[in-house]
Design a protein around this ligand. Structure first.
Ligand code: PMP
Length: 292
């Protein structure tokens, strides 16, 4: 485990919180809030490259949609969220970093029903170079298949970037790390390949890209960007249900996500892959795109 230092509640800087910038250490919640007890909380993860937030409006819109899928409204338009995000990035002088917006129900009611609860919104930004280490990115990640599965969309609001859906991601990630892996790959409720704990997954099979259909997990903004990028280069991209046994006929694998960017995978349990030319080219092209 990498240590987190300094802790996230004890830093210098500013956090945009319910309408204004507040000193970092003062952006607090009460212990009796609905988000904490009943997981009525949604969030975003955004990247700052050279002072600019990549796909900012897409993220602001997704935050609003995620909340709507949980039955509450973010009380700001996407354009307002964009402006507040840029304000907090500037206030913290973030050049290459990460932005974390979060929206959650407050404390007016403290039971299952939360119809009168106000929505709180906070946006934090900090300098943050990379999610996986440079070394792990070069050799390819070592993944293991989790015992936890992405739920049926009839069981949970799977299209929402909802905090509650991360409970099984943390369990999967911890089990993987305890066993010496970098991350876990999760299957879906039917047994098809779904994604990693915080990133989507792509397989390269005989020069074509195959990626799971996002019908029960987040259709990542990076995922969509990489699909567009690959198609624009004339690479065939197939979105379909993929069985884990197909990893035997797969030459390259990579993950995509705002934090993960494009990160190659070297192993998933008994299956091995190369960090091949197609992955390397897409990584370089993505790097160029985010900084353009
Ligand atoms: N799946 C999960 C579970 C994630 O946490 C993320 C990161 N937000 C993704 C996929 C990738 O989404 P995006 O490319 O929009 O960051």
């Amino acid at each position: 485990m990498t240590s987190v230092s300094p802790p996230f509640d004890d830093r210098d800087g500013w956090i945009w919180y319910n309408g204004k910038l507040v000193p970092w250490r003062e952006a607090k919640v009460h212990v009796l809030n609905h988000g904490l007890h009943y997981a009525s909380s949604v969030f975003e993860g955004e990247r700052v490259y050279n002072g600019k937030v990549f796909k900012l409006t897409e993220h602001s819109e997704r935050l609003r949609v995620s909340a709507q899928l949980l039955g509450f409204e973010v009380p700001y338009s996407a354009a307002q969220l964009d402006a507040y995000t840029l304000e907090v990035v500037k206030a913290n002088k973030v050049v290459n970093g990460y932005v974390r917006p979060v929206a959650f129900r407050g404390s007016e009611m403290m039971a299952i029903s939360a119809k009168k609860n106000k929505t709180h919104v906070a946006i934090a930004a900090w300098e943050w170079p990379s999610y996986f280490s440079k070394e792990a990115k070069e050799r390819g990640l070592n993944l293991t298949i989790s015992k936890w599965r992405r739920p049926d969309p009839q069981t949970a609001p799977t299209a929402s970037k909802a905090a509650g859906l991360y409970m099984i991601c943390t369990l999967s990630k911890h089990a993987a790390e305890d066993a010496g892996f970098d991350d876990a790959m999760m299957l879906d409720w039917r047994g098809y390949i779904a994604e990693a704990t915080g990133a989507n997954i792509f397989l390269i099979q005989n020069g074509e890209i195959h990626t799971p259909l996002p019908d029960c997990f987040l259709n990542g903004i990076t995922r969509m960007t990489v699909i567009d990028m690959a198609r624009a280069q004339g690479i065939k991209v197939v979105e379909r249900h993929i069985k884990p046994e197909e990893l035997a006929d797969t030459q390259e694998v990579f993950l995509t996500g705002t934090a993960a960017e494009i990160t190659p995978v070297g192993k998933i349990d008994k299956y091995s892959f190369v960090v091949g030319n197609m992955s390397k080219k897409l990584m370089a092209d993505y790097e160029e795109l985010v900084r353009s």
